[in-house]
Design a protein around this ligand. Structure first.
Ligand SMILES: [Cu+2]
Length: 315
């Protein structure tokens, strides 16, 4: 008959080996897991350093959860199986065990603190919006997005961005396309390898501007200004969705960020500023009663209404 000590040793050896292998498999196969619009599972393939950090952190945390899950349930099921009544085991008769109680309080506490310490640099980096090449104000409306280029090349450009997926697809009378509910008329256009600061607010209710591949997710709150940033390393189209339940058309206000080369960006800016391809400008198509924070409002707003990270003037 195995002693309790040997059982624990045996079990821990097994779990260390098993989880180590699993973790190594997960970490080393990260790129293979990366996702695009054609695949259904996992996070989007990261295209910024920040998004890569978040992606990796996601796996580390998943592995920690897995270790705890397998460890706890493994010990539980093994104990029940190996010490069952039919084998002649008698139930122990004790009411508490201080050592165990201290352990199951201290260990989870250390795990949580460890995760917090590990995640802090990434959270701090997300908030460091200094030295941006481009500043863009993003405004959430029910149910569309408004973009306004505040600073940097393209200053003065503003437009609304609305879902273009045909209604027929939504009611299942037309086949759904690959970018179903992720296509917009006017994507946000930004240059590649430039730090873009997004200043995020809302006009009516709370929305959230989120583009997973860029590692950005930030609530947009009426009367408040929050900011975030990204620096895309690869040209392409990156999509996201409003990520805060904001009313009946919450699912129908996607985000598309088009990352282009410097030359293409300059060309696009030229066309926009010349007004040649400007399809909808905020001034002509702004929803009625729009009471969005103007640039001056943002710059002169009382500190209390601006998040700690946004106290520097927007302009
Ligand atoms: Cu929304």
């Amino acid at each position: 008959m195995l002693t309790a000590r040997r059982i624990v040793l045996k079990a821990s050896k097994f779990f260390t080996g098993f989880l180590g292998t699993l973790f190594a498999l997960l970490v080393f196969s990260l790129p293979a897991f990366a996702n695009d619009l054609n695949t259904r599972y996992n996070l989007r393939e990261p295209v910024t350093a920040l998004a890569r950090d978040l992606y990796f952190m996601h796996y580390v945390l998943l592995a920690i959860c897995l270790v705890i899950f397998v460890g706890v349930f493994g010990v539980m099921f093994y104990s029940m199986y190996a010490h069952r009544k039919s084998r002649g085991y008698k139930p122990a008769n004790f009411s508490d065990n201080h050592t165990v109680e201290v352990l199951w309080t201290v260990i989870p506490f250390l795990i949580v603190v460890g995760i917090g310490v590990y995640a802090t640099p990434a959270v701090m980096a997300q908030k460091d919006t200094s030295n941006a090449d481009l500043t863009i104000k993003v405004t959430g409306y029910q149910w569309k997005w408004g973009y306004e280029y505040l600073k940097g090349e393209g200053e003065g450009i503003k437009f609304l961005s609305t879902l273009t997926t045909p209604y027929e697809q939504r009611i299942n009378v037309a086949p759904k396309t690959n970018d179903y509910l992720l296509e917009v008329d006017n994507p946000l256009v930004v240059p590649v390898n430039k730090k873009v600061r997004v200043v995020i607010t809302a006009n009516d209710v709370i929305h959230a501007w989120s583009v997973p591949a860029l590692g950005v997710k930030q609530d947009s709150i009426p009367g408040f200004v929050r900011d975030s940033w990204f620096k895309a390393e690869k040209t392409g189209s990156y999509v996201g969705q409003c990520s805060e339940l904001c009313g009946k058309d919450h699912a129908f206000m996607p985000i598309e960020v088009k990352v282009v080369s410097d030359e293409e960006y300059s060309e696009w800016v030229g066309l926009q500023l010349a007004g040649e391809t400007k399809k909808i400008s905020i001034s002509s198509a702004e929803p009625e009663n729009a009471d969005v924070l103007s640039q001056t409002d943002v710059a002169t707003a009382k500190p209390a209404t601006i998040s700690m990270s946004s106290q520097e003037e927007v302009k």
